[in-house]
Design a protein around this ligand. Structure first.
Ligand SMILES: Nc1nc2c(c(=O)[nH]1)N[C@H]1C(S)=C(S)[C@@H](COP(=O)(O)OP(=O)(O)OC[C@H]3O[C@@H](n4cnc5c(=O)[nH]c(N)nc54)[C@H](O)[C@@H]3O)O[C@H]1N2
Ligand SMILES: Nc1nc2c(c(=O)[nH]1)N[C@H]1C(S)=C(S)[C@@H](COP(=O)(O)OP(=O)(O)OC[C@H]3O[C@@H](n4cnc5c(=O)[nH]c(N)nc54)[C@H](O)[C@@H]3O)O[C@H]1N2
Ligand SMILES: [Mo]
Length: 790
């Protein structure tokens, strides 16, 4: 089968800019996806693979966490889902020959695009201390080496276990058991950099760290506010759901500093009408908000509603503005909220958002006249210093109108990685609840540690300070995805052993500890056969949870890229056996080690699901339910019965002092975001078609007036220099060299550039209050003309 050879590093001198298209998706998207798929997989494998995406007997798309519709299309994938699949199902291979041919120094000189293009990892590899190259190692030796290092620790808290959100429920559950059995809760995950702010705000206010809507609610909503999210690129299947809501009469309001193509107009290639008529105008309103202005927007909506309520008192207005019955029966803190919002001035709300008062009031009116409102959001709302406060204010607005726990209404944090929510559900969390730990103790006859572990930023601090001896990455690309790249790279070098369980080559394999292991693993699309004690091989399935709390099975069908690969479950269960012993060697309750038949778990994942069913509430009849190809909807108190697991059993109105970023003179506030051709740190291609950027990634999008005011010209090459003011008032600088200035529609004072190239600029200590999430959407920078412009 013919596939194209991987490309060279990106030549940034070839970047060019066109006018962004007004319509997203449509036929060009399908063609682009098929082109990438064919280059990576060849035609036959592309068709075979893409037809299995998100089908009932197929695999869960590794692209995003948006749920499947109940009635599935024949091709239930989107352009970017197809790219995610092609990336994994590629026929290119990175084996021992590749590592013999390329030294680590050489690999470090390449960009993320080049590394990812090399193909699937096929053999366990070891880099010995001081070695210039990786060399092959057997699985037995590799796993023994990890187990030896783990057992040799003076303190289990000297080990850090990262998880990215593609790991299945089964693998994640065993992995957290391994970690807690060792005696630590050091389980940072990508969620710490992603929706942690959502989890924090929602747990406090409504008693569950997840969204409260189903896909049917999206269809039935009367008003959908989509804030801080670019679904045309990152959750394309969401556009179909928005289109359906729209056809049923819903109003959609987009809140974003950028006019994102997919939100404003959408052409669905699956409907003939979409192709012929040139797309459904999706958003009825576009609020071009300043970066970090969303808390002010939601306070403005709340203020408008409260003022409308006051004005209507005594008059015979058609509908009450507030849902008094709901507020009285199900909430606390309303009077304090009302008083605090009364004190906020419209001029501050206007300054924070950059939207005139009547514009803010129009959004308030849309909420007032809506029969059922849903607020959807993603990284634009979670990666700011005041993100938790912002999301609490989102909840306040919904509570005012009883817009939680009834059809067509609620909160909808749109998750990123395809199983990031499931990983949390089954225990990947550095701050586990006592209820979870005591259930785990009972199930495995041991005592899990109670002290909280490191989140992602705390783990980096510990690495920087030399307090980490072993780092394990269950998927992901810790080095490129985390903030403050230079600090992370130096921190990695302080670690004695770094272990990456991965499908594809990335920067975390080339910036390593003294010793480094690559453990290649199966992906979502790969067939997973495990051999039991009786010698018979059985095909396994795994389960994942989507953004709306629905759990379903996923079964890979493709021949794995190499016979050498072990599944994530097999890797973890073998480590458990090495560290905790086989059943015959175990003495239940005799110490802090969990007790289980590890080989049996590896041979039959249904046994892992049986453990999950007994430990995590809501998984009753797990196996039977997924057997029938059904989804298992996890219980959700607010959605199912308006019950709120907060301290007082009520949904909480909260008082949050208004915050918003103030940009120093001559500076810009930079948001770091995704292009259309990337999946986080995996770069699929060099274009950002919907924003009119082609052939390169080192661009900074700036308002035309700011370009002139700062004394630059379009097309000039500049360094981005971030300025971070420490607590003592001194300023730290960080530099990302050589970005082309592109004039773009964004509010004055705001700029945008792609991640991960800009992660060098994000200061480690710049994190959201409460959630600790790096403030990737709020980095103060100045532009400096690049010397020796290329
Ligand atoms: N194809 C593809 N799909 C993906 C991913 C991918 O990289 N590629 N990543 C996955 C993951 S892990 C995640 S978390 C999601 C991410 O999905 P998104 O959150 O859509 O991703 P970002 O590119 O970070 O886009 C942030 C959006 O918020 C806007 N924004 C930034 N700051 C603000 C603000 O202060 N206020 C408002 N209102 N808007 C703001 C930006 O302009 C942009 O439109 O996508 C998932 N799906
Ligand atoms: N500046 C800035 N930084 C950010 C963000 C931002 O918006 N701006 N976004 C943040 C967000 S939302 C997130 S979620 C993180 C993402 O952080 P990560 O999840 O750590 O990063 P990814 O790039 O998704 O990881 C890609 C790697 O995962 C491995 N992989 C893929 N599939 C599998 C699998 O099935 N199993 C295993 N074991 N490995 C697999 C491959 O080797 C691949 O190279 O980045 C965060 N960092
Ligand atoms: Mo994410």
């Amino acid at each position: 089968m013919a596939t194209k050879p991987p490309a060279a590093d990106i030549d940034e001198s070839r970047v060019h800019v066109t006018r962004p298209p007004r319509v997203a998706v449509g036929v060009p998207a399908v063609l682009h996806a098929l082109q990438i798929a064919n280059e990576q997989m060849g035609v036959a494998r592309s068709v075979q693979t893409l037809l299995r995406v998100n089908q009932k007997d197929g695999f869960d798309c590794p692209g995003c966490a948006w749920p499947e519709e109940d009635k599935r299309h024949i091709a239930e994938f989107c352009e970017n889902g197809a790219k995610a699949v092609a990336e994994e199902a590629t026929l290119r291979r990175v084996g021992p020959d590749f590592f013999a041919a390329h030294s680590l120094d050489e690999l470090r000189a390449h960009d993320d695009w080049w590394l990812g293009q090399q193909g699937r990892l096929t053999h366990p590899m070891l880099r010995e201390e001081g070695a210039t190259h990786y060399r092959p190692i057997s699985w037995d030796d590799a796993l023994a080496l990890v187990a030896d290092e783990l057992r040799a620790l003076d303190d289990p808290n000297e080990a850090v276990f990262y998880t990215s959100g593609r790991t299945s429920n089964e693998a994640a559950f065993l992995y957290q058991l391994l970690v807690r059995g060792l005696g630590t809760n050091n389980l940072p995950d990508c969620s710490n950099m992603c929706h942690e702010s959502s989890g924090s705000a929602l747990t406090e206010t409504i008693g569950i760290g997840k969204g409260t809507v189903s896909i049917d609610d999206i269809h039935e909503a009367d008003l959908l506010i989509v804030a801080g999210q670019n679904p045309g690129t990152n959750h394309p299947r969401m556009l179909s759901a928005l289109e359906k809501a729209k056809q049923r009469g819903a109003t959609i309001i987009a809140v974003n500093p950028l006019p994102e193509a997919g939100l404003l107009r959408f052409e669905n290639p699956q409907t003939v009408r979409g192709v012929v008529l040139g797309g459904t105008p999706l958003a009825d309103g576009f609020v071009q908000i300043r970066l970090g202005g969303d808390q002010a927007l939601f306070q403005a909506i709340g203020k408008h509603l409260l003022e409308a309520e006051a004005a209507s008192r005594g008059s015979a207005i058609e509908e009450p503005v507030l849902d008094h019955d709901f507020i009285a029966a199900h909430t606390s803190g309303f009077e304090a909220y009302r008083a605090a919002i009364g004190e906020v001035s419209w001029s501050d709300l206007v300054a924070a958002t950059g939207i005139a008062e009547d514009g803010l009031r129009r959004v308030g009116e849309a909420v007032r006249t809506s029969k059922a409102t849903i607020v959807c959001w993603a990284m634009g709302l979670t990666q700011h210093k005041h993100s938790v406060a912002t999301l609490r204010d989102v909840v306040n607005v919904l509570l005012l109108r009883g817009d939680i726990g009834r059809p067509g209404a609620g909160v909808c944090p749109v998750r990123g990685h395809s199983n990031v929510q499931g990983d949390r559900t089954v225990g990947i969390y550095e701050k586990p609840s006592e209820a979870f730990l005591s259930a785990l103790d009972r199930e495995f006859a041991f005592t899990a540690p109670r002290a909280h572990g490191f989140d992602t930023v705390e783990a980096i601090r510990a690495m920087r300070d030399g307090r980490v001896r072993v780092f394990v990455g269950m998927g992901g690309n810790f080095v490129s995805a985390t903030p403050d790249t230079a600090v992370v790279e130096a921190g990695m070098a302080n670690v004695r052993l770094t272990v990456q369980v991965s499908t594809k080559l990335n920067r975390s394999h080339v910036v390593t500890g003294s010793r480094a292991l690559i453990l290649p693993t199966l992906g979502r699309t790969d067939r997973d056969r495990r051999t039991g004690a009786d010698g018979s091989a059985r095909e396994q399935r795994v389960t994942v949870e989507d953004s709306m709390g629905a759990v379903h099975a996923s079964r890979g069908r493709l021949a794995p890229p190499s016979e050498e690969l072990l599944s994530e479950v097999a890797i973890v269960s073998r480590l458990c056996a090495l560290v905790f012993g086989e059943p015959a060697e175990q003495v239940p309750h005799a110490g802090n080690s969990p007790h289980a038949d590890w080989a049996a778990l590896e041979a039959d994942y249904a046994r892992i699901r049986a453990h999950i069913e007994r430990v995590v509430p809501g998984f009753d009849d797990y196996e039977q339910r997924i057997d029938k190809g059904r989804t298992l909807h996890l219980p959700n108190g607010p959605r199912d019965s308006r019950s709120f697991a907060t301290a007082d059993g009520r949904a909480r109105f909260t008082v949050n002092p208004l915050e918003y970023p103030v940009i120093p003179p001559g500076r810009l506030l930079l948001q770091t975001l995704r292009s259309h051709d990337q999946y986080n740190t995996t770069i699929y291609g060099k274009d950002d078609r919907y924003r009119g950027i082609h052939g390169g990634r080192r661009v900074v999008l700036v308002n035309t007036l700011d370009i002139a005011a700062l004394g630059f010209a379009e097309g000039e090459i500049v360094d981005l220099v971030s300025e971070w003011t420490r607590a003592d008032g001194s300023v730290e600088e960080r530099r990302a060299p050589a970005f082309r200035v592109v004039a773009y529609s964004t509010p004055r004072g705001n700029a945008a550039a792609y991640y991960p190239e800009t992660n060098v600029l994000v200061p480690l200590d710049s994190v959201a209050d409460v959630s600790g999430t790096p403030t990737s959407k709020s980095v103060v920078v100045r532009l400096e003309r690049t010397e020796n412009t290329r």
